[in-house]
Design a protein around this ligand. Structure first.
Ligand SMILES: NC(=O)c1ccc[n+]([C@@H]2O[C@H](COP(=O)([O-])OP(=O)(O)OC[C@H]3O[C@@H](n4cnc5c(N)ncnc54)[C@H](O)[C@@H]3O)[C@@H](O)[C@H]2O)c1
Length: 439
């Protein structure tokens, strides 16, 4: 299947503004990393846009360009960063406090990081219980605060002479909320903001401000945010691509590697117990049951969708799946995730798998932020709008059209991502049928 000349992609000309609510561990590791790569003092390990190739045509064609040479992506030199936080720390100070990157590296990128001073945040204690800071917008209703964000965006774009922007939420995890009446239409959302409706979260106000400013939006946290009819309709009406939720990094990344493999071999599973210790600010926020509930929902949904117990009741219907996160300050960002997996094989004989992943959350998340920024910008220039399911690859709880189940299997997600890029450029999609090699 080919769609040669079907998708018109506008060139990536000029500067790309990257607007980030949340100048914390993930976003500063991302920004510092980009600055380090630009200076040739680090490599963008973990980033598909920077390192991955894409096969075109038959296996015998030997044609595998880099993704960045195949589709027109913004260059790292064209990225300009800005953001909001409830703390006044510059990106440099925030990175020093987060203690993800070594001081010696941060010193080398001190100048650009110090120039990133967070704008005043839209924040509500009810949504993030464990932290509080002085750098917040205090005046007016939620609607007034949305207008203030829109003004911030305009000022940023003008000051930095950007030609396009994207926004990516790297703020703390907000407490769990389900969509309600106020989230149904743009009119009800705007009316609700004017009345300070308690169901409208700060992250929703940022997403609204982004979309009203013509900016694509991604959500790196598990909060509800733009996964509501009012904002999804707005993204389609304004021709803006959006995606989310919750970066797929440590333990859930491992789950989506291992579970599809066990299922592919029709091995059964009776239990999967996951526990984590982490000591960064994210861990502190997740120590609150409301914020943890948001995380738990995205983490738990993965296995059910991959294993499909409704199709394979004998193998998976009795699966007991539990996820725990414990705040443990000594570990900082270098978290540890243990998994115990109880599986069974031929004739029901039980076996166990143990995983002990000593990972670094923000080191795993930073390249995902970079890819999402570049791909969302690409999608916008390619005229794609609404939910970008091809970016499911990056998320624990991929957003999807109503009535569809999300695709969690990372290898299917990768195929979908690369086929979407092939489709954009009018190349044949790769089905892996391969019969032609044996004709
Ligand atoms: N690191 C990972 O691997 C990973 C994976 C999946 C999801 N996430 C999510 O990404 C987010 C960022 O993680 P992190 O480790 O950088 O956390 P962090 O606590 O270091 O940074 C979050 C920042 O957001 C700020 N913030 C909170 N509410 C805000 C608001 N309303 N407006 C502006 N700023 C606000 C906080 O002050 C903080 O500085 C978290 O929600 C986390 O759950 C991280």
């Amino acid at each position: 299947m080919s769609n040669r000349d079907h998708v018109n992609i506008a060139p990536a000309e000029g500067k790309l503004g990257v607007l980030i609510p949340g100048i914390g561990a993930v976003s500063t590791t991302f920004m510092a990393g980009v600055e380090a790569v630009k200076r040739g003092i680090g490599q963008p390990v973990g980033s598909l846009t920077q390192l991955s190739t894409i096969r075109l045509g038959k296996r015998t064609d030997n044609k595998s360009p880099y993704i960045k040479d195949f589709v027109p992506l913004a260059g790292l030199d064209d990225l300009v960063f800005g953001g909001w936080d409830i703390y006044e720390d510059t990106a440099y100070d925030a990175a020093m406090k987060a203690q993800v990157l070594e001081t010696s590296l941060l010193e080398k990128v001190r100048e650009p990081l110090q120039a990133i001073k967070p704008m005043k945040a839209v924040f509500e204690q009810e949504y993030v219980k464990r932290i509080n800071g002085p750098n917040v917008k205090k005046e007016g209703t939620k609607f007034d605060k949305a207008q203030a964000l829109i003004q911030d965006i305009r000022d940023f774009q003008k000051a930095n002479k950007v030609s396009r922007s994207v926004m990516i939420w790297c703020g703390s995890t907000e407490v769990f909320h389900r969509p309600s009446e106020v989230h149904q239409t743009l009119a009800s959302l705007e009316e609700g903001m004017k009345k300070n409706h308690p169901e409208i979260a700060p992250s929703q106000i940022y997403a609204y401000a982004a979309l009203m400013s013509g900016i694509p939006f991604a959500n790196g946290a598990p909060n509800l945010t733009h996964d509501i009819p009012a904002l999804l309709d707005l993204s389609r009406d304004r021709n803006l691509p959006v995606c989310g939720k919750d970066f797929k990094t440590g333990q859930t990344f491992m789950k989506t590697l291992i579970a599809p493999g066990l299922k592919a071999r029709m091995l059964g599973m009776s239990g999967w117990f996951s526990t984590n210790i982490l000591g960064n600010r994210d861990g502190e926020v997740l120590d609150d049951p409301g914020s943890f509930k948001s995380k738990e929902e995205t983490k738990l949904s993965v296995l059910d969708t991959i294993l499909q117990p409704q199709l394979y009741p004998m193998l998976y219907k009795d699966l007991f799946h539990a996820v725990r996160i414990n705040y443990y300050p000594p570990r900082g960002d270098a978290k540890e995730g243990w998994d115990n997996i109880d599986i069974f094989g031929w004739l029901g004989y039980p076996m166990q798998i143990k995983i002990d992943f000593l990972c670094r959350d923000s080191i795993l998340a930073a390249p995902l932020v970079l890819d999402l920024v570049l791909f969302l910008d690409l999608a916008q220039r390619a005229g794609m709008r609404g939910i970008q399911e091809w970016l499911s690859f990056y998320f624990k709880a991929p957003m999807h059209a109503p009535g569809l189940y999300p695709e969690h299997d990372i290898f299917i997600q990768l195929m979908k991502l690369k086929n979407t890029l092939r489709w954009m450029r009018g190349e044949d999609l790769i089905t892996h049928l391969g019969l032609e090699y044996y004709d």
